[in-house]
Design a protein around this ligand. Structure first.
Ligand code: HEC
Length: 128
């Protein structure tokens, strides 16, 4: 399990460097136009959205868990993360992570994971 976590962190670091390089040349994209927005809203936002509960506390277990996990080093909201390219996102989504269930290909296709990754890259770029 530790080895998997190390691999994920190393992969994340390596890929985010190449993502950063690509983003420098890419024109800004409006995330609202991307098909991944719908998929994220339906499948991920109930746990990973950016909102708060009525009492001001996070009502979103994914956002809350990630904010706690990274303690300010990375944002809790996936839509502000620029370090989750499709191959790494697929790893988390297919395996599940802690309280997060794994998604099977019959529930979420590889193409939909790529679409979510594109959407997250665009929203992260916008939130900078
Ligand atoms: C039922 C709630 C729930 C749903 C639905 C859910 N997640 Fe999660 N997700 C979590 C929780 C909780 C964690 C934190 C797990 C942990 O403790 O490390 C997490 C962690 C992650 C991580 C790991 C990030 C990191 O840096 O450790 C990624 C990536 C992720 N989710 C992506 C997604 C995507 C994409 C979707 C939609 C396809 C999704 N999740 C749907 C609850 C959820």
């Amino acid at each position: 399990m530790k080895a998997v976590a190390c691999l994920a962190v190393a992969l994340s670091a390596a890929v985010s460097l190449s993502v950063a390089a690509q983003q420098a040349e890419r024109p800004r994209i409006n995330p609202a136009d991307l098909p991944g927005r719908q998929v994220f809203a339906a499948q991920c936002a109930p746990c990973h959205g950016a909102g708060r509960g009525d009492d001001g506390s996070h009502s979103l277990p994914g956002t809350e868990a990630l904010a706690r996990k990274y303690a300010g080093a990375l944002p809790g909201e996936l839509e502000r993360r620029s370090d989750l390219p499709a191959p790494l996102l697929r790893l988390f989504v297919r395996r599940g992570a802690g309280a997060m269930p794994a998604f099977r290909p019959s529930e979420l296709t590889d193409a939909e994971i790529v679409a979510i990754a594109d959407y997250l890259a665009a929203t992260a770029q916008r939130s900078r």
